[in-house]
Write a protein that binds this ligand. Structure first.
Ligand SMILES: [Zn+2]
Length: 478
């Protein structure tokens, strides 16, 4: 089979993005992400890759989120020695995120080892180390948006702005083997189109096959304006209750958007009366990358980033652990932005433990919460959360503001697909089954197009075009 794609991760689920493209004898990976969520899901990161890493010729990386980039150090450690093509901003963000992932892996391995030692079990090694990340980073080669490049005979690539996080790319891939030509487009993660800081995702006109994300394929987000108004109301309510606000935020993207909004609405929201903390070394670092690549942002955000470097009145960047711990001393009037975005690590866990049991605390959820994460349990109405091995009562008010999502919703996804002149086969990935199936139905209704929802391990022969075969069920490779 000369041209084929195999779906090896983020197929039938949201994390672990990884697709293997076979172009004749060449093997190219699109993304190499971590499985994230429950302990059971994350255990899959330790399973061997379903291919020989040394046999991969190149990787093309859509963006820096760990569910797309997080297994790259493992890939290199296990023998991959080719180039990793991506946007420059993605390279800069991936450096920060992969190092952070290595630090977290070391800490987790240490904790597990201590627990196991008490039971007489051997030590566990971290998934990878900072040294592994250092070995991976020189493999990055940067591509610019909008410029087509031949990566090797039979594969050309052009990145387009996906409008999701800084540097995120839609990949246009021109494939050729023994006279067979196909154009495959991989959406990566698509932005919502109405982000306050990112431009809308770039539409693409032509493709034979589009592999596209479907994370919110069954939902419509609230309008961003409604979410901004709601955030303003939450601030007022918390103020009246002499309470505090916790915002678990992804260090990359959500954090900068929240900072931008706080700066824009500082007078209207009376921010003079608040202390605002960006309590995350990684988010502070990521913010400097956003400033350095301000030209990639939506125009108003670009000027703000250039002028104020994402500053806001009464905003303090608390990089050190001592500064972070000092926040606990504040009785009321604190807005604390801290990672991780799904509350499964990072300083937000300390703040939750310290404040979740108080009824004048407001937790503002602004991003996607994967199954099995503490953030998801909060959104689902849990009355108690285990933090650092201790049950903590949830008395805080939990608010979910969908308008700040970094992903396109059902209409956004359909609209982006609708820009293709002829309706290519859509292979829906990066979604929980309910979301992917709902989007499949919606695309068929709106465009009458062929759609498939591949399961992990499924493969698609790109030689067979829509109309030649039935794509209704994901076709399983043996
Ligand atoms: Zn993403």
């Amino acid at each position: 089979m000369p041209l084929r794609i195999r779906f090896l991760g983020a197929a039938g689920e949201v994390t672990g993005s990884c697709h293997l493209l076979e172009i004749g004898a060449r093997r190219v990976l699109l993304d190499c992400g971590l499985f994230q969520g429950s302990a059971e899901t994350e255990a899959r990161n330790r399973e061997p890759f379903p291919f020989d890493p040394a046999g991969i010729d190149a990787v093309i990386l859509s963006h820096a989120h760990l569910d797309h980039a997080g297994r790259l150090p493992l890939l290199v450690k296990q023998g991959f020695s080719g180039p990793i093509y991506t946007h420059e901003a993605t390279r800069d963000l991936a450096r920060i995120m992969l190092k952070d992932a290595a630090h977290l892996a070391a800490r987790d391995a240490e904790t597990d080892t201590r627990k196991r030692a008490r039971r007489g079990l051997p030590a566990v090694q971290p998934l990878y180390t900072v040294d592994d990340v250092d070995a991976c980073l020189p493999r990055f080669h940067t591509l610019k948006y909008g410029q087509r490049r031949e990566l090797f005979p039979g594969l050309s690539c052009r990145l387009q702005d996906a409008g999701h996080i800084l540097g995120a790319a839609v990949m246009e891939l021109w494939l050729e083997d023994r006279g067979m030509k196909r154009k495959l487009v991989f959406s990566g993660d698509l932005g919502p189109g109405h982000s306050f800081i990112m431009p809308p995702p770039t539409p693409v006109a032509e493709a034979d096959v589009v592999v596209m994300e479907s994370a919110y394929g069954d939902r419509l987000h609230r309008s961003p304006e409604a979410s901004v108004a709601e955030l303003g109301e939450i601030l007022q309510q918390a103020r009246r209750q002499h309470g505090n606000i916790l915002i678990p935020a992804f260090s990359v993207g959500r954090t900068q958007e929240i900072l931008y909004l706080l700066a824009q609405h500082s007078r209207e929201w009376g921010l003079d009366a608040w202390y605002v903390f960006l309590d995350s070394p990684m988010a502070i670092e990521a913010t400097t990358v956003y400033t350095a690549h301000a030209a990639l942002l939506a125009p108003a955000a670009a000027s703000y980033a250039r002028e104020s470097h994402f500053g806001a009145p009464h905003l303090r960047f608390t990089a050190t652990p001592e500064e972070s711990i000092a926040i606990n001393g504040i009785e009321s009037g604190a807005i604390i932005i801290a990672g991780s975005g799904m509350c499964n690590g990072g300083r937000i866990q300390h703040h939750l433990k310290h404040r979740l049991w108080r009824d004048n605390t407001h937790v503002v959820i602004v991003g996607y919460q994967a199954m099995g994460t503490p953030g998801r349990r909060l959104v689902d109405g849990a009355r108690e959360l285990m933090l650092w091995g201790e049950p903590v009562r949830v008395a805080a008010q939990i608010h979910t503001l969908g308008g700040f999502s970094a992903h396109a919703d059902r209409d956004g996804l359909c609209g982006w697909y609708g820009a293709f002149q002829k309706h290519p086969l859509a292979a829906l990935v990066h979604g929980e089954p309910r979301a992917s199936t709902a989007l499949a139905a919606e695309l068929r209704t709106r465009y009458g197009c062929p759609v498939t929802v591949p399961a992990r391990g499924d493969s698609l022969d790109l030689g067979e075009l829509p109309g030649d075969v039935s794509f209704d069920a994901g076709r399983r490779s043996a």
